[in-house]
Design a protein around this ligand. Structure first.
Ligand SMILES: Cc1cc2nc3c(=O)[nH]c(=O)nc-3n(C[C@H](O)[C@H](O)[C@H](O)COP(=O)(O)OP(=O)(O)OC[C@H]3O[C@@H](n4cnc5c(N)ncnc54)[C@H](O)[C@@H]3O)c2cc1C
Length: 44
């Protein structure tokens, strides 16, 4: 059984929300976020 993987296209509000939610649900998930711009969204 291989590592589960998630690819997210877009690193603004929706993309980073999806990635961080997925991380909280599954600590072993391999997540890659692709953002075409120079910055990704973040919030403390
Ligand atoms: C004029 C205007 C003013 C707004 N003002 C406000 C405001 O004051 N406050 C507020 O809370 N909301 C505001 N919003 C709403 C807010 O912009 C959106 O709700 C929010 O940005 C949506 O986030 P999103 O992640 O869904 O989409 P987006 O912000 O569009 O993010 C999509 C991301 O995907 C990336 N992307 C696209 N295609 C690819 C690709 N092929 N490969 C890699 N990356 C890709 C883009 O570069 C982008 O970073 C405003 C919207 C508009 C149009």
């Amino acid at each position: 059984m291989g590592t589960e993987k998630l690819v997210v296209i877009g690193g603004n509000a929706a993309g980073m929300t999806a990635a961080t939610k997925a991380r909280r649900l599954n600590h072993r998930l391999q997540i890659k976020v692709f953002e075409k711009g120079p910055y990704v969204s973040y919030a403390s």
